[in-house]
Write a protein that binds this ligand. Structure first.
Ligand SMILES: O=C(O)[C@H](O)[C@H](O)COP(=O)(O)O
Length: 301
């Protein structure tokens, strides 16, 4: 059963109990470029109280450096070493977990942020933002030359997804022996300032259907993402809380890592999703309307 938080006393108790705070981004800190009301103040309070803060996003369209620019633009005081994205997790997984040989490559369905993280990890790639792949022309298999060095296909959110990219990925995954199918994350949707859009999971779902094969997912809720954080940051899981807006990624990610979890209702999850007969089996430890509400700890007389 979740504990619903609403008073400054509730929030004060949470601040006392946890000294490391992990935050999801889309739906918690912001929706698109619109920062959630009160979040700037709350991060400032946490910083002032010496809390360790880590930002873990499944959005693979941006690199950690891109996100640092976004944090700066929206007025949130965050260091690049506090930012962990699913693009970075996928690149580390390919370079350091499967240890892709240097002569091998990955075919990318995704955007520049994913390419930047792969490049920074020394992973060769093709596809992605290549103009030849970002076309609405019909894909002609007779004109396609298979690159035998492609040993994995990696898929992230790609707002320019098309039939050519899906067809090339399909060729590598069915014709290059042992070619790995990797997804940065499986979010079905994500919130923006103007409403909800299909997420990365909806981008690569056609491949899963065509292949009848599930990808290796490296973002939340999977362990790989937390391993990336643990490789750089020391924290006590018993004094760490994960704040998210999606049950099957953020909250499950926290639970898989043995962390406390705080669900906020400013993103994709509604109160109906966690109450009543069709409530999810993923039950957060705490629930509150918005991360911004924690600013009331400094409004108390
Ligand atoms: O890939 C997607 O579907 C979205 O970018 C993802 O849902 C947003 O990631 P978050 O910051 O919520 O982890």
């Amino acid at each position: 059963m979740s504990v619903y938080l609403s008073s400054s006393e509730d929030y004060e108790a949470l601040l006392d109990q946890y000294d490391t705070w992990l935050f999801d981004c889309d739906g918690v800190l912001w929706r698109g470029d619109q920062v959630v009301d009160g979040v700037v103040q709350v991060l400032h309070i946490l910083r002032k109280r010496g809390k360790k803060m880590i930002f873990v996003t499944n959005n693979a369209t941006k690199s950690r450096k891109d996100y640092k620019k976004k944090f700066d633009q929206v007025g949130l005081e965050v260091h690049v070493d506090e930012i962990y994205g699913s693009a970075y997790a996928a690149a580390v997984y390919i370079s350091s977990v499967i240890k892709l040989p240097k002569e091998k490559k990955v075919y990318v369905i995704g955007q520049a942020g994913l390419e930047e993280e792969l490049r920074d990890e020394g992973v060769s790639f093709l596809g992605g933002t290549d103009p030849a792949d970002n076309t609405l022309e019909s894909f002609k298999l007779e004109n396609f030359t298979l690159d035998p060095d492609v040993a994995a296909v990696v898929c992230g959110l790609d707002t320019r997804i098309n039939y050519t990219k899906l067809s090339k990925a399909f060729q590598y995954l069915t014709r290059n022996p042992g070619c790995l199918f990797i997804a940065t994350n499986e979010d079905s949707t994500y919130p923006t300032s103007h409403g909800t859009l299909p997420g990365a999971g909806a981008v690569w779902a056609p491949l899963r259907f065509a292949l009848d094969r599930d990808p290796i997912v490296t973002g939340k809720p999977m362990k790989t993402m937390l391993d990336c954080v643990k490789a750089k940051v020391n924290f006590d899981p018993h004094k760490t809380i994960m704040v998210g807006d999606r049950l099957n990624t953020d909250i499950l990610f926290g639970q898989n890592g043995g962390l406390a979890t705080l669900l906020v209702l400013t993103g994709v999850t509604t109160k109906e999703d966690i109450t009543g007969p069709s409530a999810s089996t993923i039950v957060p430890k705490f629930v509150t309307s918005s991360l911004g509400d924690l600013r009331s700890v400094e409004k108390a007389p």
